[in-house]
Design a protein around this ligand. Sequence first.
Ligand code: FAD
Length: 420
Amino acid sequence: MDTHYDAIVVGARVAGASTAMLLARAGARVALIDRSRHGSDTLSTHGLMRAGVLQLARWGVLEEVVAAGTPAIGRTLFHYGGEETVQVSIRPSPGVQALYAPRRHLLDRILVGAAAASGVDVAHDVAVTGVLTDHGRVEGVTATTGDHRRLKLRSRLVIGADGIRSTVASAVGAPVVRRGRSGGAVLYRYYAGLETAGYEWAYGDGAAAGMIPTNDGLTCVFVATDPGRMRELRRDGTEAAFDALLGLGAPDQRHRVDAATAGGRIHGWGGLPGFVREAAGPGWALVGDAGYFRDPITTHGMTDAMRDAELLATAVLAGWGGRVTESAALRDYQLRRDALSASLFDATDRIAAYDWDPSTIRQLLRRVSSAMTDEVELLEGLPTGPDQSPARRILPGQRESRDEREWPWMSTSSFSGGSR
Ligand SMILES: Cc1cc2nc3c(=O)[nH]c(=O)nc-3n(C[C@H](O)[C@H](O)[C@H](O)COP(=O)(O)OP(=O)(O)OC[C@H]3O[C@@H](n4cnc5c(N)ncnc54)[C@H](O)[C@@H]3O)c2cc1C
């Protein structure tokens, strides 16, 4: 039996869940598919920037993040090699009274819940294996369920929100249009009883460190450097490398970390330079890390993903609503994404090289800050107020309700939320 959607979104985390939710709130029939378990964790140091918090507020999901006990962050401290500390207070503005760094198993679950509540059919434990095409246009996906059933699902648009190693991007052959030169290496772990003044970033001798207060009274502490140095330091073990980099990156802050209680293992990541992929083509589009990835040192990937979710959803709806052609709308999405990302991409690439001196890192961080201001201004200019209604139908030809029997794949335990 054929199952037909307006959009199939592959990847149910910040980029995919947000895009699916926005499309469904406008009346589209959307399936959101992820091969991972519902509510699972992923690599992240959790820091959301102002634009990310603003999106959560505009979409009406920030309250749930706050209610889950995510600590409010009122200031950011920049420590420069033991020489100087600059403190920036978070200016309260409509929607953003503070910053937050929610654990991913919490944030991603909340966004998926908001998508399901908006009418999205959500499926976990289902891996997309390829795309269906007709005369060069993508018209659906092939997938395999956790219990090894093979599916074909059809849609007007397939959205790849499936991260760095995107199956959708490879299946459609989305070209990389830009590559960075540097990919840093990161180690992070959680500490209990670590006093911080807010977000704290530290930049030392070819190394950086950060302290990010998150849920459950824990602080995520990361250290980062270039991959060659990381390899060298890890010859003495990961613990030793973590300690050495903390001493190099945050010499004046390490005593606070040493006095706190480390919990769990050290997580590692590294060595992938940023890239930008073509954002869309006939019947497909990419959002989040699938389309645009930069080194995590500027802690901005989730914020970008939520920004681009809205840019993409707006473009898709303009195309479907007949105001512009779909290809013009998707081209506009790519242009806006790239214009907003270019400066941050360059600055992040330079920072991730870890070859800066104190004056250069200050300049680069000023560029990051200015790119973030542009982003916030764009989002503040968008219509405000979350529309949480599942059926604000602006698309032509929508049916008012569906019968679950139409979706044979809904009967597996993998599926939740959904049918309006
Ligand atoms: C070490 C590290 C620290 C970071 N710290 C921060 C930070 O502090 N702040 C910040 O803003 N960003 C941070 N980031 C970046 C951030 O994690 C990413 O930018 C963000 O997760 C991108 O979200 P996404 O939804 O695009 O993709 P992802 O979070 O990668 O989600 C992709 C989803 O797609 C699913 N998927 C993949 N392939 C398939 C398939 N074939 N079929 C079905 N499902 C599939 C995956 O299971 C996954 O759930 C960090 C990244 C790293 C590596």
